[in-house]
Design a protein around this ligand. Structure first.
Ligand code: C2O
Length: 577
C-alpha cells in the first residue's frame, strides 16, 4: 500500500485532561473552519492526489492517509453500495463523549492528542514472546515490575498519548460516542455490542502492554489476566488490593474487594451461597463458551459496517461474563458506577486491563475449541475494519482487524492454567419430555408482541424440526432467537432465559435448564435510537441433556433481572455452524 504523510491545519482541540469541556463535536457544530491539507506522497500514484477542492469524503480520506479499501472517488459516488468496513476515526473531529449511564454529555474531554502523521502498522516479527500470567499467580518480582511500569506511565506528561489517563481515554473516545463514523456524521463509532468487540480490545491491550514494557525496558512484559473463569481466580486478584500500589484504584465496589465474583451479577448481590455462585459461574462460562456459540457471530457479535447504527448485538461473552465483571466491579458510591461500571471511566482502573486480558484469552480459547470449523469471519468488512492507536513510540498507527487473528503473531502468549468449565457440561434438574405442552403457557403465536418483561414470563415455542440426526445437528445448530430486544440503553439491563424449567429455580444457573443471558452495560449514542438487537441461544446440546429432542415445543422462561425490557418476538431457527 502507498503511504502518504499529511499535515493539516485543524480546529484547536485541547488535549489535557483537566481542560474544560468543549462545546460541540465539530460534526454537529457549524463548520466554519477550513481544513488546509498538504501531503507528501511516497509513491507515484499518490503524487496526483488532489489537495484542494476536496469533497467531504475525499478530504476525510486524505486526512486518513488514503488507506483502507476506498479510493476517494469510490467513496463520493455511493458509500453505502460498496464494501463498508468501519473506518478509523478522524481524530481532528473528535468531540464530547457521553456519560452512558445518564445520557448526559460528559464534563470531560477524552479526545487524544492530534498529530500530523499516521502510518499503517506492520506487526513486527516478535523476537521474544510476551508472557501474560494469571494475576493471582504472579511473583513478587512481577508485581514490582508491573507497578513500576504503571507508575512511569502515570508520570508521563499529560499530553503524551501513552500517559495513563490518555490510555484510559482511548476507551472513552471509542466507546462513548466521541467519534463520528467517517462519512456518516450522524453516526457514532462504537466498538461494543458488535463483531468489533474482540479485535478492538485486542489492539488496545496490545499497545498498552507494549508501552508498559517499553517504559521498564522489558520486551517480555505481558499484562496479567484476571482468571475469573477459574474458582481460584474468582476474587479481585490480591495484587489490585494493595492500597499503596500504582495499580490500586479506590473507585471499586467496596463490598466486593475479597468476595467471589458473580458472573451472573444482576446489579445487586444475589444471596446465593459462595458455592452456588461458583457453580453458576462455571456453567455461565460453559454456556457462553461452548453451548451457545456453535455459530461464529453468536460468540463474536453481530456484523457492524460503515453506515450502520450502533449496537447490532453483542456475542455471548461480551454480554455475559464481560458485562457482569464491569458492573460488579464499579463503585456504587460514584454517580455512574465509575470506574469499571461505565465505559468512559473503565480504563482508569488497572483492573480493567486484567479483566480484558481474560476476555482476550476467552477469544483464544474459543478459537481453539472450534477445531476444524471456521474460526473467523471471512468477511472483508470485518477483516478490513480499522482503528487508530498510538504505539509505544507515541507514533499514531492505523491497525486492521485482520492482524488480530493470531495472538502469537502479535507476540504474546498466556500462562496455561486449568480451565474447569470445559468439563462443566451441566446436568438437567429434571429430565422430562412434554413439559412444554402440559405447562398451560401460551404459544408464541398467541402472545402479543412487543411484550414487556415486567415479571417472569413463560412462552411455548414450537420447534420447526425435531428428532434430528447427529450429522444434521453437527451441521446446523438449533437456536432460540429472542428478537428486537428493546431496552432503555442508559440503564443496566439484564434478563435470563431458561428452558423447560417447571419449578422456576431461577437462582440455579448451573443446570441444563439455564440457557443464557442478555445484559448490557448502559450506553447512549446518537443515530437511530430504536436499535433493537436480538440474541440467539444454542439449544441442540441442551435439548439432548433434557432428553426432549422429540418434543414439538419447548417452554421458555424469561426472567427479568434488572432494568426495563421489551421483546419483539421469540422463535427457533437453524443456522450452519
Ligand atoms: Cu470496551 Cu469491557 O469494555
Amino acid at each position: 500500500m502507498s503511504s502518504l504523510s499529511c499535515s493539516w491545519a485543524v480546529p484547536v482541540v485541547t488535549t489535557t485532561t483537566s481542560s474544560p469541556p468543549f462545546s460541540r463535536k465539530p460534526s454537529i457544530a457549524k463548520r466554519t473552519q477550513r481544513f488546509h491539507v498538504s501531503c507528501n506522497a511516497t509513491n507515484d500514484d499518490d503524487q496526483n492526489a488532489p489537495t484542494s477542492s476536496l469533497g467531504k469524503f475525499e478530504r476525510r480520506n486524505l486526512l486518513l492517509g488514503l488507506g483502507g479499501v476506498y479510493s476517494a472517488t469510490q467513496l463520493t459516488s455511493n458509500p453505502q453500495a460498496l464494501a463498508a468496513p468501519i473506518q478509523p476515526p478522524d481524530l481532528s473531529k473528535c468531540g464530547p463523549a457521553t456519560n452512558l449511564n445518564t445520557g448526559q454529555q460528559l464534563d470531560y474531554n477524552c479526545c487524544p492528542p492530534l498529530t500530523n502523521r499516521i502510518i499503517d502498522y506492520q506487526l513486527p516479527k516478535p523476537a521474544v514472546m510476551r508472557f501474560r500470567p494469571a494475576a493471582h499467580l504472579v511473583t513478587r518480582e512481577y508485581i514490582a515490575k508491573y507497578n513500576k511500569a504503571v507508575e512511569l506511565m502515570k508520570a508521563l506528561p499529560a499530553d503524551d498519548p501513552r500517559n495513563y489517563t490518555q490510555q484510559a481515554n482511548i476507551h472513552c473516545a471509542y466507546c462513548n460516542g466521541a467519534y463520528d463514523q467517517v462519512g456518516f456524521q450522524d453516526l457514532d463509532i462504537q466498538v461494543h455490542n458488535c463483531w468489533l468487540f474482540f479485535p478492538f480490545h485486542r489492539w488496545y491491550l496490545y499497545f498498552y502492554e507494549r508501552i508498559l514494557g517499553k517504559l521498564i525496558g522489558d520486551p517480555t512484559f505481558g499484562l496479567p489476566f484476571w482468571n475469573w473463569d477459574n474458582p481460584k481466580g474468582m476474587t479481585i486478584p490480591p495484587i489490585f488490593n494493595d492500597t499503596k500500589a500504582a495499580i490500586y484504584d479506590e473507585k471499586r465496589n467496596q463490598n466486593h474487594l475479597t468476595s467471589i465474583i458473580d458472573l451472573g451479577y444482576n446489579g445487586k448481590d444475589s444471596g446465593n451461597t459462595p458455592l452456588q455462585t461458583v457453580a453458576n459461574n462455571l456453567n455461565i462460562m460453559y454456556s457462553e463458551m461452548i453451548r451457545n456459540v456453535k455459530v461464529i457471530e453468536d460468540f463474536m457479535g453481530q456484523p457492524y459496517r460503515a453506515g450502520d447504527a450502533v449496537n447490532p448485538g453483542p456475542g455471548t461473552s461480551e454480554r455475559g461474563s464481560h458485562t457482569a465483571v464491569h458492573v460488579w466491579g464499579g463503585d456504587p458510591r460514584q454517580p455512574s458506577g465509575e470506574n469499571l461500571g461505565n465505559f468512559y471511566s473503565a480504563g482508569r482502573d488497572s483492573l480493567f486491563y486484567s479483566h480484558h486480558v481474560n476476555v482476550d484469552r476467552m477469544w483464544k480459547i474459543w478459537r481453539e475449541l472450534r477445531g476444524t470449523k471456521p474460526k473467523d469471519f471471512n468477511d472483508k468488512d470485518w477483516l478490513n475494519a480499522s482503528f487508530l492507536f498510538y504505539d509505544e513510540n507515541a507514533q499514531l498507527v492505523r491497525v486492521k482487524v485482520s492482524d488480530t487473528l493470531s495472538h502469537e503473531k502479535m507476540g504474546y502468549v498466556f500462562q496455561q492454567v486449568d480451565i474447569p468449565w470445559l468439563k462443566s457440561r451441566p446436568q438437567a434438574r429434571v429430565q422430562k419430555s412434554k413439559v412444554a405442552t402440559t405447562s398451560g403457557a401460551p404459544t408464541a403465536a398467541k402472545v402479543k408482541f412487543p411484550l414487556t418483561l415486567d415479571k417472569i414470563v413463560k412462552i411455548l415455542v414450537p420447534r420447526p424440526k425435531k428428532s434430528r440426526k447427529q450429522t444434521d445437528k453437527d451441521k446446523e445448530e438449533e437456536l432460540l432467537v429472542i428478537e428486537k430486544i428493546e431496552v432503555d440503553t442508559t440503564k443496566f439491563v439484564k434478563f435470563d432465559v431458561f428452558v423447560n424449567d417447571e419449578d422456576d429455580k431461577i437462582d440455579e444457573l448451573d443446570k441444563s435448564e439455564y440457557v443464557g443471558t442478555f445484559a448490557q452495560v448502559p450506553h447512549r449514542h446518537k443515530g437511530p435510537v430504536k436499535v433493537k438487537p436480538s440474541i440467539r441461544l444454542g439449544l441442540t446440546e441442551l435439548l439432548e441433556d433434557l432428553d426432549v429432542e422429540d418434543d414439538d415445543s419447548i417452554l421458555v422462561t424469561l426472567v427479568p433481572r434488572a432494568g426495563d425490557v421489551t421483546i419483539g418476538g421469540i422463535k427457533i431457527i437453524y443456522a450452519s455452524t
